[in-house]
Design a protein around this ligand. Structure first.
Ligand SMILES: C[S@@+](CC[C@H](N)C(=O)[O-])C[C@H]1O[C@@H](n2cnc3c(N)ncnc32)[C@H](O)[C@@H]1O
Length: 390
């Protein structure tokens, strides 16, 4: 099973199938498929939209915490986890038997370390840090599934965003937004309001087919006894060659990617993050108001992620910003396709242009929309209160 943010299952399915796997089921926040340890390594390395690649170790009927302990202890953990490793267990329970997921995690952890202690004479340390072996337990009604989280930390933590700046998008969500625009590197991509640069960086990684997992050096599967280090090194070097075919410093670049922000610190953070991701030479950065972003002639794609505000004062100020986005699109972006990603539909109405598509995504718990605007000459204006439905 591979997990992702709610609503991104279809994008994840496409990615998984492009890698040559067949998906058995698309879930609201993930997909199910069959695979072995080498598949989990490959998926961890390549996926842009996923959170975690989970490998099913055991499933069983479970009616009590004691039964959970017994079933978990009856698994040969000593074959998978060294007593010198660090273990973390995450749980989710939807059962009347217990109302505390942490208690279930604790039972699983106790069973695993007790078994290893009995078999090996010492036991792994354990805690909440997900940088070693990570186990995940899902207990629903009378049914329990126990997974190895082969990713460890979420795959969306790519490792390039050392400086997050304000309200950064999760990297996996930024990747999905770029995918949803249909971007393939052949057209200019403009990111005004770039913040820490996530959208531009994800686009540059995609345009040059750079494998996102190469940016990270630690994965959950590396901490298991079955880890095949030689196969992993081989996979990494094949993946690195794939990225170098396009967009390497000496190769032909994709169409221009431009990232701007009014805040000097944001642009500095974006530039540094792009450097860490190895794509700074593919992105032009500039400090300016979004309306002064330098645009070549269309066609091209503009993606904006304005703040959506929490407090009344902020929202009043943002109304003008959203109104100005509408003016910018209409007056300066003819021939482009514009996208605005926002969690505030009322503010979006201030843009005042007809949307040609609305896609719903979740940013943490907030329901957000990616609004699409076809910016041909004479785009119909709607300065009324309602953004029309598709
Ligand atoms: C929600 S953040 C963008 C976050 C970004 N997507 C990321 O992942 O880091 C909005 C950004 O818009 C910028 N901004 C606000 N008003 C602006 C303006 N008038 N012109 C340009 N940028 C502006 C802010 O400085 C902030 O960095």
């Amino acid at each position: 099973m591979i997990t992702c943010s709610p609503g991104l299952g279809e994008y994840l399915r496409q990615e998984v199938e492009t890698l040559g796997y067949s998906v058995e089921t698309v879930l609201p926040a993930g997909v199910k498929l069959q695979g072995d340890q080498y598949d989990t390594m490959r998926l961890n390395l390549h996926l842009r939209t996923a959170y975690n690649v989970l490998f099913l170790l055991k499933q069983f009927k479970c009616r009590s915490p004691e039964e959970l302990y017994r079933e978990v202890k009856d698994f040969p953990w000593e074959d998978i986890i060294s007593p010198r490793e660090y273990l973390s267990v995450v749980g989710r329970t939807e059962t009347e038997t217990i109302d505390n997921s942490m208690y279930a995690s604790l039972k699983v952890k106790d069973a695993v370390v007790d078994r290893i202690n009995e078999k090996c004479g010492s036991r792994p340390n354990s805690g909440g840090d997900k940088t070693g072996v990570v186990l995940q337990v899902f207990w629903k009604d009378e049914f329990c599934r126990l997974f190895l989280n082969t990713s460890g930390l979420k795959l969306s933590d790519r490792g390039y965003r050392r400086i997050p700046h304000k309200a950064p998008l999760r990297e996996s969500l930024a990747a999905v937004i770029i995918m949803a625009t249909g971007y393939d590197g052949t057209m200019p991509l403009i990111c005004p309001m770039c913040g820490s640069g996530t959208l531009a960086i994800e686009a540059a990684l995609m345009a040059t087919q750079r494998v996102p997992g190469l940016l990270r050096s630690n994965y959950g599967f590396m901490h298991t006894l079955y880890f095949d280090s030689a196969a992993w090194q081989e996979m990494r070097s094949t993946a690195a060659k794939q990225g170098k075919k396009r967009g390497g410093k000496s190769d032909a670049k994709p169409a221009p990617i431009i990232a701007t922000d009014i805040d000097t610190d944001a642009v500095q953070a974006a530039r540094r993050n792009a450097m860490t991701a190895g794509v700074d030479h593919l992105i032009s950065f500039e400090v300016c108001d979004f309306a002064d972003t330098p645009l070549g002639p269309g066609p091209g794609i503009i993606v904006m992620n304005p703040e959506y505000g929490q407090r009344m004062g902020e929202i009043e100020k943002l109304k003008l910003t959203y109104h100005r986005i509408g003016d910018f699109f209409k007056q300066k972006c003819t021939g482009y396709t514009g996208y605005v990603f926002t969690g505030n539909p009322d503010l979006a109405k201030q843009i005042g242009l007809r949307t040609s598509r609305k896609m719903i995504f979740f940013n943490a718990q907030i329901e957000c929309r990616l609004l699409k605007y076809e910016l041909y000459a004479g785009t119909r204006k709607h300065r009324d209160s309602e953004t029309p439905k598709e």
